[in-house]
Design a protein. Sequence first.
Length: 423
Amino acid sequence: MDRDIGEEFVEVGLSDNVIPNEEKEDDDDDVDKEVVRILRDALDKDKVVERVDLSGRQLRFLPEPFGKIHWLVVLNLSHNQLEVIPDSISGLQKLEELNLSSNFLETLPDSIGLLVNLKILDVSGNKLKKLPESIAGCRSLLELDVSFNNLMFLPTNIGYGLVNLQKLSIHLNKLRAFPNSICEMKSLRNLDAHFNAIHGLPHAIGRLTNLEVLNVSSNFSDLTEVPETIGDLVSLRELDLSNNQIRVLPETIYQLQNLAKLNVDQNPLVIPPIEIVSKGVETIKEYMMKRRLDMLEAEQQRDSVEENREAETGWVAWGTSVLHNVYSGVSQSVAGYVGPNAPKDPFLNQQLLMKNLSFGFQNCDHRVIVVVFRDFPFVVLGFALRDVCISLSYLSCLFNSRQIIDTGTRGFTRMHFDQFIST
């Protein structure tokens, strides 16, 4: 068919409901007889064209009028030589399946985001360097295949729009990272990202609680670790981490109760050791669970020691601060009451000396007494039983039983103090 006649067909044929009959042989013709027949049928009011298969016809050009076949549901244009998809494709409002795989496409039209009923989109095996941000508008998408392209990144908003997506194939690209929005694809069941240059999984990956299959194999030297949040993928059945540089698996692997297949081959794994890995996924999960429990126990012990240390020393620092305030902020009578020239209680002084108590600021490893004075109830001081924070002459006054109205600590009561004084 002659190029001019073809262009007349594209521009006039559909709008005028007239399909030219004359056809000429031309090796460079972009619209073959099959395309003419389909468009002619599309204008026939007695026919409803829902499926069009033009795969493998070496098409290099898709006529704009295709966008006027409003009732089209399935369109297969795979294995052709298409370099461009016309903007008019947005007119296919009933389209549910679009196959553009194995062509020469470098871009997709922004108008593709208007295909609100599209459920399956296959653009694999092209030359795409990026996807339009508008693709997030295809909110009905269940399957998206963009594998075997030249993609270096995905649209930042892709996950916010494709909330119904169940299968995402992005393998065999040049991706270096996932956009954070991918963690919003709550319906996702299958994610294949092998053979890329991905540095790591997003921390929020655990939000994909419906994910059943995850393949991030063969990212080679780029992927070195897996986040702990992977343990939140409660539906995960298959996990492929092979051919990476992962040295340590997260302990949370043991939480993946449904995990039946785990591939960690060709990684410099240290944890778990190779002898555990060789025994299979269940042994790996058992090992990681034990390791997790051991780490928690060790952490609890450290916390306990730290709490005891704080309990033993915390009041001393507090008491020292209050004592400083007493000297600097109250009347001379109060300072004299607790000062170095204050009267001593001879009996208490003798008792303290008999108990061989030292004084200073270090090694406060005993319980703390809180002392409240009768005459100055706003003054509250803290001391350790073994190493006190003021000199012995102060204690002779401060612990005078006639002046103290209350004492206490975490578990140290007035009764305990009286017993301490009387022993």
